[in-house]
Design a protein around this ligand. Structure first.
Ligand SMILES: *C/C=C(C)/C=C/C=C(C)/C=C/C1=C(C)CCCC1(C)C
Length: 267
């Protein structure tokens, strides 16, 4: 028993040692570099959240375990990318677009899997729906990346990205999933409601950052300013806190309130 617990504790420690060495070799963070500080804080928060969710897997019922593990993976992938993004920002003062989008390209599909697992717990999940959500995600992210990296016009990238997002919203509110939520346990229903809130309101923070960074805070020639890069990164960082950390906490909360007798903390 003690041995199994010890073994479980070793998993997060193993993950930590797997972090790239660059994670610990950053340029000096200036005390007035608040964007850099926000990168730093979030990298630590994501790392701690990873350990927390992995640890909590043993305290929830079987049907929630995979959701918590997927949540931990989302936080872990984000933590690693935050180390790299922080380095780019601190060393160059530039927006770490490539790392940002590689992170999103991995973590957003994982969140789609998370949504799928929640819907599966209500008995509403279908493979077709999962693929449609995934396609919407890809269109949204690839267009956003091409717009931000300058492969296509920033406005064109934004419009296509918005269409991808609207398609996801349509699927969640009016598609198969939206029609018949309602027969599941209170905990599962609240997880489903939270998932909709996240995709509608939490995700809306990202296009807001894009608009501020590429359309509002530009100089006379239309080029983005230093203030625009700062705003863009702070808004994206805030969005990641809401959509990764807070969202996983909500899943964890639903999972632990679904089995009061198994969770020693609430006994
Ligand atoms: C963990 C990371 C998450 C949940 C990232 C989500 C990203 C978005 C919802 C991005 C949305 C965008 C649009 C809706 C328009 C085009 C620009 C994007 C890619 C920022």
């Amino acid at each position: 028993m003690t041995f199994t617990k010890l073994l479980k504790g070793l998993v997060p420690v193993g993950l930590l040692t797997a972090l790239p060495s660059s994670a610990f070799a950053t340029a000096n963070l200036a005390s007035d570099d608040f964007v850099g500080i926000s990168f730093w804080l979030i990298s630590m928060a994501m790392l701690s959240a990873t350990i927390f969710f992995l640890w909590e897997v043993q305290n929830v019922e079987g049907k929630w375990k995979t959701s918590l593990v997927v949540g931990a993976l989302v936080c872990f992938i984000a933590a690693v990318h935050y180390f790299y993004m922080r380095d780019v920002w601190v060393a160059t003062g530039e927006t770490p677009t490539v790392y940002r989008y590689i992170d999103w390209l991995l973590t957003v599909p994982l969140q789609m899997i998370e949504f799928y697992l929640i819907l599966a717990a209500i008995g509403l999940a279908s493979a077709g729906m999962f693929w449609r959500l995934l396609i919407g995600t890809m269109i949204m992210l690839v267009a956003g990346f091409m717009g931000e990296a300058g492969y296509i016009d920033a406005t064109v990238g934004f419009v296509i990205g918005m269409l991808g997002w609207f398609y996801i919203l349509y699927e969640i509110f009016a598609g198969d999933a939206g029609k018949q939520a309602g027969q599941a346990s209170a905990a599962v229903q609240s997880a489903f409601g939270n998932m909709r809130l996240v995709v509608t309101i939490g995700w809306a923070i990202y296009p807001l950052g894009y608009v501020l960074g590429y359309f509002v805070m530009v100089d006379a020639s239309g080029a983005t300013t230093a203030a625009a890069s700062q705003t863009l990164n702070v808004v994206y960082n805030l969005a990641d806190i809401v959509n990764k950390l807070a969202f996983c906490l909500l899943v964890w909360y639903a999972a632990t309130s679904d089995n009061k007798n198994l969770n020693p903390a609430s006994a």
